[in-house]
Design a protein around this ligand. Structure first.
Ligand SMILES: NC(=O)c1ccc[n+]([C@@H]2O[C@H](COP(=O)([O-])OP(=O)(O)OC[C@H]3O[C@@H](n4cnc5c(N)ncnc54)[C@H](OP(=O)(O)O)[C@@H]3O)[C@@H](O)[C@H]2O)c1
Length: 407
């Protein structure tokens, strides 16, 4: 089991009772949920740094409330708005990718990686190098550079704690047991808003319909990923790196109620699960307080109400991403990055109304098929960034050649 899965730090490296926390992506869905929890115990938590992408006004509002040492916005064109909004507060601020990396390098006991997409990779790696705790929501970074992040964490002594509710559930349930005792991991999947629709029925869905997740309130990109089941496919890769198991031992099970957040089946036939409300504050709180627990401001599950828990095998014809990810993991090398980068470009195009919903899957499949025979395995991180750039360019070209949609 990787170093990140040792559920107790040695006493010499014990996590302090009062914690300095940095939130990368504080203006997003995971970020604002994190700040909600941090506000609930200002004695225990102090904010070291906050970062946003473009939302200067929200970032400034958060900075005024939490008084971090530094705030950074990725979008340099919004720097003036951020600076003016913080005038007179004495809070240092910066803008641009370098400023976000500076924030990620600030001294913090826990850094929450909640930037969306590949853009979160460098900041996550920078935080890992500090050798403390990385509470990882940004699954795309692990998908693209899992081996590098794991090795970097081992080198620096960083604990990578999963915030994704499924992986957080497995992390809680594994609780330091040896990998030999695990038969398989079972990732549950709600199936998103189109679970019961046929492929013909999803051909014309709009971005507004795709982001309307029945159980979870999340950012736009992950909501679309949930609708295509790319999210679950990315999570299979994430689980592979986090828990060190081959893809054959990572199963997906449809569970439309999102109450059982995931399970571990042991070799003796026992299945252990973590249950809870569909509220990201529970897994975030677990990562913030680990190895202890903290009270949350979120909803609790009421087991006295009828729950009707359903479990169904996934339909890989209906959701081709689930079959494709198996090929991607078997091939290894550059393929997880190809899979992720094509998806990021395709989802952005769908949200812009440039392509239809099912084109997301076709574009990802085309990128994987084309790259499989062509791209060598990356030898270093620079190679991974080069693969990302190339696949973004190729997918954008493919989109430009597609007939315009009616959206
Ligand atoms: N939301 C959930 O419940 C949930 C659950 C499990 C896992 N996750 C994972 O957590 C991550 C965040 O998801 P989310 O739903 O919170 O996304 P989100 O609401 O879209 O928020 C994304 C955050 O990243 C910032 N950002 C965007 N582009 C950036 C860039 N190029 N450089 C720096 N910062 C940038 C955004 O800033 P601005 O808004 O200021 O532009 C925002 O703070 C994703 O990897 C997702 O898969 C989310």
């Amino acid at each position: 089991m990787p170093q990140s899965q040792q559920n107790r730090r040695p006493a010499a490296q014990a996590v302090p009772l009062h914690r300095k926390v940095t939130v990368l992506g504080s203006t997003g869905s995971v970020g604002t949920n994190t700040l909600d929890l941090l506000a609930s115990d200002t004695q225990k938590f102090r904010i070291s740094a906050l970062t946003g992408g473009r939302n200067a006004l929200l970032l400034a509002e958060q900075a005024r409330k939490f008084r971090p040492g530094f705030v950074a916005l990725a979008d340099e064109s919004e720097y003036r708005t951020l600076k003016d909004s913080l005038a007179g507060t004495g809070i240092a601020c910066g803008a641009g990718d370098q400023a976000v990396l500076e924030a990620a390098a600030m001294e913090a006991d826990v850094t929450v990686a909640a930037i969306s997409g590949f853009a979160g990779l460098k900041p996550a790696l920078t935080a890992i190098e500090q050798g403390n705790i990385l509470a990882l929501a940004n699954k795309e970074s692990l998908v693209c550079a899992g081996a590098y992040m794991t090795v970097a964490a081992q080198k620096s002594g960083c604990d990578i704690l999963p915030v994704d509710s499924e992986h957080n559930a497995i992390f809680q349930v594994l609780d330091n047991r040896s990998p030999e005792s695990v038969k398989r991991l079972i990732l549950t999947a709600s199936g998103g808003p189109f679970l019961r629709k046929s492929r013909a029925e999803i051909a014309d869905v709009t971005p507004a319909e795709a982001v309307a997740h029945p159980n979870w309130s999340m950012g736009a990109k992950i909501s679309v990923d949930s609708a295509t089941m790319m999210n679950k496919a990315l999570e299979v890769i994430e689980a592979h790196y986090l828990f060190g198991l081959q893809q054959e031992r990572i199963d997906v099970l449809m569970h439309p109620q999102s109450i059982v957040h995931s399970m571990v089946e042991y070799i003796d036939g026992s299945i252990l699960a973590q249950l809870g409300a569909s509220d990201m504050r529970t897994p975030i709180a677990y990562a913030l307080a680990w190895p202890e627990r903290m009270p949350t401001t979120g909803d609790f599950l009421d087991l006295t109400k009828p729950q009707n828990l359903e479990f169904l095998p996934p339909d890989e014809l209906r959701f081709p991403a689930l079959a494709l990810v198996r090929e991607v993991l078997k091939a290894g090398g550059a393929m997880p990055t190809v899979f992720n980068s094509a998806n990021e470009v395709a989802v952005a195009a769908f949200l812009d109304g440039a392509i239809g919903f099912t084109a997301i899957e076709s574009l990802v499949a085309a990128a994987v098929e084309d790259a499989a025979t062509r791209l060598p395995a990356p030898e270093n991180l620079e190679d991974i960034f080069a693969v990302d750039q190339e696949i973004r360019a190729l997918t954008s070209e493919r989109i430009a050649r597609m007939p315009k949609t009616r959206l």
